[in-house]
Design a protein around this ligand. Structure first.
Ligand code: CO8
Length: 263
């Protein structure tokens, strides 16, 4: 087991675990993105490992997506480094040589949904008590737009028509609705999410790795290459968008609404 304090990794035979540990909601700061990428690299470096379970220490939130404090009144150099680190998480996770199983016990909005959609297979919790976790790309609801690599990831996961509706409305799905549109692959009781994820990771890890990875790349290589080829453009587009006055206003209001929600 090793730990950067933001993520914890462990290896058991041919299956590893990466547990996100930036409480309360695993929001993605620059440091968190870097920790996730290093965690993936670290377990991939062990040639025995073929499967990876991506999990969260919090049972109520898988990840709340980008740390909105990175976007609000940002320092431009840090904003650039931040977005590159986020692109890198997508490239590392979506293109990982490992079979990645998402153990989604709690909420996965926005970039939290991206982490989930970048896995090879997703197990989501049906919720505990009255708390039902939600998953989806909700950006449009607060006046921001998912970048192309993320928007297209949704379109090719759930299909063009459902994806258009999901993105335009910024729709957050309940586990049963997410299952219906193939945004997740299984919904189980919260106590069973991790166990079922390990079962799947072992099952996927048994497939001859070169064949499994070649199949994954058949489906994904083009999209990984697209982002590689447009990385700098994507950074500039992101910065231009974030620095827009209206976007800053929307972000400020949204951050405030998150803080006062409980009062
Ligand atoms: N960033 C920063 N802080 C956050 C975030 C976030 N994304 N999410 C929650 N927090 C903070 C809250 O403000 C709160 O802080 P405090 O304790 O100081 O009041 C603390 O985390 C705990 O949050 P909650 O009390 O809301 O926790 P709950 O368990 O009740 O709810 C949720 C968890 C459902 C995850 C809820 O926090 C939530 O809805 N969060 C916002 C999720 C969201 O909309 N994220 C969008 C991020 S944007 C993104 O990922 C992609 C953008 C890509 C395009 C960018 C182009 C400009």
């Amino acid at each position: 087991t090793s730990s950067s304090s933001l993520v914890e990794t462990s290896i058991d035979g041919n299956v590893a675990t990466l547990t996100m540990n930036r409480l309360p909601v695993n929001s993605l700061s620059l440091e968190m993105c870097e920790a996730i990428s290093s965690g993936i690299k670290e377990v991939e470096a062990n040639p025995k490992v073929q499967g990876l379970v991506l999990a969260s220490l919090s049972k109520s939130t898988f990840s709340a997506g980008l740390d909105l404090n990175e976007l609000y009144n940002p320092d431009l150099d840090r904003l650039t480094a931040f977005w590159k680190s986020f692109q890198q998480v997508f490239l590392d996770l979506y293109g990982s040589r490992l079979a990645v199983i998402g153990a989604i016990e709690g909420n996965a909005p926005a970039a939290g949904c991206m982490l989930a959609l970048s896995c090879d297979y997703r197990i989501m919790s049906s919720g505990s008590g009255k708390k039902v976790p939600l998953i989806g790309l909700n950006e449009s609801q607060f006046g921001i737009v998912a970048p192309p690599f993320l928007g297209h990831l949704m379109l090719r996961t759930v299909g063009q028509r459902e994806g258009e509706i999901a993105l335009s409305l910024g729709k957050l799905y309940t586990p049963s609705d997410a299952l219906r549109v193939n945004m997740v692959d299984e919904v189980v009781d919260i106590e069973k999410v991790l166990g079922r994820s390990y079962e799947c990771a072992h099952q996927w890890a048994k497939i001859p790795p070169h064949a499994r990875y070649a199949s994954k790349m058949l489906a994904r290589k083009q999209y990984l290459q697209e982002l590689h080829a447009t990385r700098d453009e994507d950074v500039e587009a992101f910065k231009g968008f974030v620095m827009n006055e209206q976007v800053q206003k929307n972000l400020g209001a949204y951050l405030q609404s998150l803080k006062v929600k409980k009062k």
